[in-house]
Design a protein around this ligand. Structure first.
Ligand code: COA
Length: 328
């Protein structure tokens, strides 16, 4: 028995918000956004769509690709910072929509590292307990709901979307899909990337709304530095653990935060730019969704061959980070 990715699916909302649209909303320019971030446009959900709706669309495609029914799922894990509501979990809401009545379901909050953390948990459950055979892992975000559309330093960065993977045990040869992994967190930096209000420390009130404390706040350049250091370090750890070098990696798939961050990470690892998967220009930073969106494009476009090494790496608020080496 080996643990494989049985199916991948992704979804982005139809509405496209371009840099030129943003020029009409805040004091910015297409040129500034493109040169600082590489982002040209991003997708924005409708007011009626919640994160579970985005997750549902991605999940249906992943289940179809895996050729399994929702009832066969043993676990559903949703990585998100934009859950539908504080509770019940978005995973439970998604379970109802899918009819995945045999699954136990929970959300996992690790910000932009949400998909990698969820994959690690899913992999451990599959490895450690014979009763778990098929797990749906999703990174889904409606970041447009937590962005201050008057703050040019953050609103140009983020977008909405969802990426889903079905992980499960199969008789297929070739070993497990996760060859090595390394995850980390550092709670000393909780305040450089956060949403301050809405939790138990600062519950929602008229004052928190007036002070815009329900929106993402970020110390951009500090985040930038920490992101590069953490991703490079964990990628190196994972490659060492697997006994491979940067030359063996077919694709580096980093969390799509910002073109400059991705280039800096690739440069320090010695991975050429044409082997770094990037779609940040089309979707912006979709937090936990971004790596799933990339993997879906790689799968649908047949951009990797069986046995290729794909190095996933992510970084986000918490701080959280991690890298996972996949054998495709
Ligand atoms: N349009 C035009 N000007 C903008 C702007 C925008 N959208 N946003 C900020 N500026 C201005 C600033 O006000 C500042 O002006 P000032 O010098 O007059 O004060 C100037 O541009 C430079 O700002 P700075 O923050 O130094 O720019 P930067 O080169 O660090 O780039 C980020 C800003 C946000 C793009 C960059 O720090 C970054 O990518 N950080 C990481 C963010 C991220 O990925 N977060 C999520 C991680 S999961």
């Amino acid at each position: 028995m080996s643990i494989k990715i049985l199916g991948i699916g992704a979804y982005v909302p139809e509405k496209v918000l371009t840099n030129f649209d943003l020029e009409k909303m805040v004091e910015t320019s297409d040129e500034w956004i493109k040169t600082r971030t590489g982002i040209e446009e991003r997708r924005i959900a409708t007011p009626e769509q919640a994160t579970s709706d985005l997750a549902y669309e991605a999940a249906v495609k992943a289940l179809k690709a895996a050729d399994i029914k929702a009832e066969e799922l043993d676990v559903i894990i949703v990585g998100s910072i934009t859950v539908d509501q504080v509770f019940p979990s978005t995973a439970c809401i998604l379970q109802r929509k899918l009819g995945a009545k045999n699954a136990f379901c929970f959300d996992l909050e690790a910000a932009c590292s949400g998909l990698l953390y969820s994959m690690e948990v899913a992999n451990s459950l599959l490895q450690g307990n014979p009763k778990y055979k098929k797990i749906l892992v999703i990174g889904a975000e409606k970041l447009s709901s937590v962005v201050d559309w008057e703050d040019r330093s953050t609103c140009v960065l983020f977008g909405d979307g969802a990426g889903a993977l079905v992980m499960g045990k199969t008789g297929a040869p070739g070993g497990d899909c996760i060859v090595a992994s390394s995850l980390g967190s550092d709670g000393h930096y909780t305040d450089i990337l956060q949403i301050v209000a809405g939790g138990s420390r600062t519950p929602a009130s008229a004052a928190t709304v007036a002070n815009k404390q329900h929106y993402i706040s970020m110390a951009g350049s500090e985040v930038f530095k920490c992101a590069v250091t953490a991703m490079v370090h964990s990628c190196k750890k994972v490659m060492k653990e697997a006994g491979i070098t940067a030359q063996d990696v077919r694709w580096l798939v980093p969390h799509q935060a910002n073109y400059r961050i991705l280039r800096a990470v690739a440069g320090r690892l010695g991975i050429p730019e044409d082997e770094v998967y990037m779609n940040v220009n089309r979707y912006g930073n979709t937090s936990a969704a971004s790596i799933g969106l990339c993997l879906d494009e790689i799968a649908r476009g047949n951009l990797a061959e069986k046995g290729d090494y794909i190095l996933l790496t992510a970084f986000g608020g918490g701080l959280t980070w991690g890298s996972i080496l996949l054998k495709w």
